[in-house]
Design a protein. Structure first.
Length: 378
């Protein structure tokens, strides 16, 4: 039969069990972490079943003929905890393994100390146990800190990835909106310049021409940012088909010749006819607009005076397209960030204030997507 202090003990035990279950339930309701929610759910279920099974131990103490069959349910708690550990990473396996090994070592030395017959052997084992208690405790704390730091880093990395994704989405939306407004302005200025609304007064023609050129420059800048965003997220699709790279290079040079001559630069193209034909398979529009023209346009923008020589040849079984200029040159530090997203040279902004830093990043991404390589020499 139960003694006089058994009832207070039972009341405390029931209150403790209820508080334990309530704390787990409250945490389950408030957590926003899916993985943590799964962990707590299984611990809560196992804990509730375990406590309910444990209650059957107390009926016989008060003469109630109910056997403690619920003791079997206590084992269910272990099963749910094990599932939460293995399936949902409740505890780090590294922490569990470290704790198990350290406690097993402590237990082994402790038993050796108890079973030792000689006082000297007991003293040695006792000293060894004392040292192992200190070292083992430090080891467990070290592993706990390491796991905690790793989990914190993983959490920060996940938050950073989510922030980058939101930033990319926002940038994509903003640039799309800006592109729409600029495209309307470009259409309006183009219509004015072409005389769709009648002949313009002579004083207005230079203004409209300049406005059209600046608007087109703005459209191209926005398109470059959008293009870089699409390349970064892997949403760019290429329409690959055979085409003549020499013809595409000639067209690119021809389209940019006026811009070069406007700066007083000599723009030439030399195609090694010994390497003909220059038929390649790829996305003609992407390579023409964002690789060839980008490289030539860059040379024009960063060459204050002199010449730009574009060449095409075959070398060691590969086609080599090169743009050589008499420009400001590239430092070793600039080379490291030249083909990176938003990468500017140290003094590039002072030479070309309209540079977005995305042109060469786009060119590199497209070239590599076609199995090629791109580099800068100076």
């Amino acid at each position: 039969m139960a003694g006089p202090l058994f009832l207070p003990f039972l009341i405390i035990w029931i209150l403790y069990a209820a508080a334990h279950v309530k704390l787990l339930f409250d945490r389950l309701r408030t957590t926003v972490n899916i993985e943590e929610g799964a962990q707590i759910k299984y611990i809560l279920i196992g804990t509730a079943i375990g406590y309910a099974g444990g209650c059957t131990n107390y009926f016989l103490w008060y003469g109630i003929p109910v056997l403690p069959f619920g003791n079997f349910a206590v084992a269910i708690y272990i099963i749910f905890v094990a599932y939460a550990i293995l399936k949902h990473g409740l505890f780090s396996m590294k922490v569990i393994a470290t704790d198990f090994i350290v406690f097993a070592l402590w237990l082994f030395v402790f038993i050796r100390m108890l079973l030792a017959e000689a006082a000297t052997e007991q003293l040695i084992n006792g000293g060894l146990l004392f040292v192992l208690l200190i070292v083992g405790t430090l080891l467990i704390r070290s592993v706990d800190r390491e796991v905690e730091q790793r989990e914190r880093i993983e959490k920060l990395a996940q938050e950073l990835a989510e922030t980058n994704e939101r930033q990319t989405t926002l940038m994509h939306f903003v640039t799309h909106e800006v592109k729409g407004y600029l495209a309307k302005d470009e259409g309006a200025f183009a219509a004015l310049a072409d005389g769709d609304f009648g002949a313009l007064p002579e004083p207005l023609k230079p203004f409209v021409a300049q406005a059209l050129a600046q608007t087109r420059l703005g459209v191209n800048s926005v398109l470059n940012i959008l293009k870089a965003s699409n390349l970064k997220t892997g949403t760019t699709a290429y329409k690959k088909e055979p085409f003549d790279l020499a013809e595409l290079a000639a067209n690119s040079v021809e389209k940019l010749k006026a811009a070069a001559e406007g700066k007083g630069l000599a723009l030439t193209l030399a195609v090694d006819q010994g390497g003909a034909p220059y038929t390649v398979t790829g996305d003609k529009a992407e390579i023409g607009d964002h690789v060839l023209r980008n490289l030539i346009d860059n040379a024009i923008n960063y060459t204050p005076s002199g010449s730009i020589a574009v060449s095409l040849k075959k070398q060691d079984g590969r086609i080599v397209f090169a743009v050589k200029d008499t420009g400001i040159g590239i430092t070793d530090d600039d080379k490291k960030r030249l083909f990176t997203e938003g990468g500017h040279g140290k003094d590039s902004i002072t030479v070309n204030v309209h540079s977005t830093g995305y042109g060469l990043f786009i060119a590199k991404s497209i070239v590599e997507a076609h199995g090629g390589t791109i580099r800068a020499e100076s």
